[in-house]
Design a protein around this ligand. Structure first.
Ligand SMILES: *Cc1c(COP(=O)(O)O)cnc(C)c1O
Length: 417
């Protein structure tokens, strides 16, 4: 029926649930590691390649540490993410600070950690100089504007995105930094998000290599690295195909040879800041059916809600649902699968074909490994769930406990009412 499989059986889930009550997210370490290796393999041809995992996708130090062991750095954009990377043992230039609208206090910490600072605006040069000092390596985020057709719904069209410097500004910015005596430079862009067409990434590489050549020609600056950002999509829908990383790697290699090698600018270090593609497919939100309700539609109410996974409510995103033990039953019932927020968008699925569901069934929502637990919030007094790690040896480790009601009230003082 569906080619989306779970890395655990129903019996194993029941055993886990007996120790860790639903709802929780569980991450499959073995698959995350294998996937990390596949990405590095696709760029093994490059003189140097670094993946800075976008911490925002799965901000858990246990996950970051696993990725560090696979050779990844960290892409951070806030104080908490910098601290998280540091605590997971990633430091110095293995941290990329790709923030925007950044407060001085965060630039200071990024500087203290020796992170590579990736500026989002030309005006931030002065701001950085004033508050944290100019480091000896600096990167700028490029926004190409209306260069490409389409764009997609999450990040929109580049010219309407708040990120990055225009072409004219980025040339001025590099000139300014050169004149201030900076010697080491990086170039960054991220124009797409959750994109499944591998050609977009090759197109982006072509655009960036052209810019590297132009900057060398016009300013005499030799860019040290190009960071293509994140944005590699994952097949949320069973009908979609994963991005062929080797195809992307080879396409970028062709562009590299035609533009960088031929232009005499080899070696140039390449980097990515993928988040979604690294962990997304290897996380699962596990919950149980609390209620069923039949009115103008048929509803299945879970013990999880939008605070555990906001993508379906926020973007109308598709997340596949499996009812363990009922995989082979005919999917001849149509349900809205809901949470308990007093918000009608709190639905994991609308008009979804599923097997007949009963109260107490376990329901697993797929592809929650990135931008899942991470986007959680406490609206309606809802508590954020636990995170578990399924280790390669088959054991399960609690890597974040569930919030308690005391956590929720911890910022309030009831004594002075
Ligand atoms: C969100 C983000 C990423 C990661 O994006 P994914 O879609 O998870 O790959 C990388 N870099 C920056 C600057 C981002 O904002």
């Amino acid at each position: 029926m569906s080619k989306k499989k779970l890395p655990f059986s129903k019996d194993f889930l029941i055993e886990i649930i007996s120790k860790f009550p639903t709802p929780f997210h569980i991450y499959d370490e073995k698959s995350i590691r294998e996937n990390a290796r596949k990405l590095l393999q696709a760029f093994a041809w490059a003189p140097e390649f670094k993946e800075y995992f976008a911490v925002k996708a799965t901000p858990n130090p246990h996950i970051i540490k696993i990725l560090k062991e696979e050779g990844f750095g960290a892409d951070c954009s806030s104080l908490a993410e910098l601290i998280m990377a540091d605590k997971a043992g990633i430091y110095g230039e293995n941290i990329m600070f790709s923030s925007n609208n950044t407060p001085a206090s965060e630039y200071k910490v990024a500087r203290e950690l020796g992170a590579i600072i990736n500026l989002d605006d030309i005006s931030h040069i002065e701001y950085l100089a004033k508050h944290a000092g100019i480091p000896d390596i600096i990167s700028f985020r490029y926004n190409p504007g209306p260069l490409r057709e389409g764009g997609n719904t999450i990040i929109g069209k580049p010219e309407e995105a708040k990120y990055g410097l225009t072409h004219e500004q980025i040339i001025d910015a590099f000139r300014l930094m050169r004149d201030k005596g900076v010697k080491r430079f990086g170039l960054h862009t991220m124009v797409i998000s959750n994109e499944l067409d591998p050609n977009y990434f090759i197109e982006t590489a072509n655009m960036m290599f052209d810019l590297v050549v132009e900057i060398y020609r016009d300013l005499g600056i030799r860019i040290e690295f190009v960071n293509f950002g994140g944005g590699i999509g994952i097949p949320y829908n069973p009908g979609e195909e994963a991005v062929d990383l080797n195809y992307v790697g080879q396409g970028v290699k062709d562009a590299y040879e035609r533009k960088i090698t031929a232009g005499g600018l080899h070696p140039l270090k390449l980097a990515l800041e993928s988040g979604r593609m690294i962990t997304g497919p290897y996380g699962y939100l596990v919950s149980k059916v609390l209620h069923k309700k039949e009115t103008y539609k048929n509803y299945v109410g879970l013990d999880a809600c939008m605070v555990d996974l906001m993508r379906p409510g926020m973007y109308g995103a598709y997340h596949h649902i499996t009812v363990p033990g009922k995989e082979d039953m005919s999917h001849d019932h149509t349900y809205d699968v809901t949470g308990s927020l007093c918000e009608n968008i709190d639905k994991f699925a609308v008009d979804r074909k599923l097997p007949k569901i009963d109260i107490g069934d376990i329901v697993v929502i797929h592809d929650t490994g990135a931008h899942g637990h991470a986007m959680g919030f406490n609206y309606n007094g809802k508590l954020r769930s636990a995170e578990l790690l399924l280790r390669p040896d088959g054991t399960v480790k609690l890597i974040r406990r569930a919030e308690t009601i005391d956590d929720y009230f911890s910022t309030l003082d009831f004594s002075d009412l």
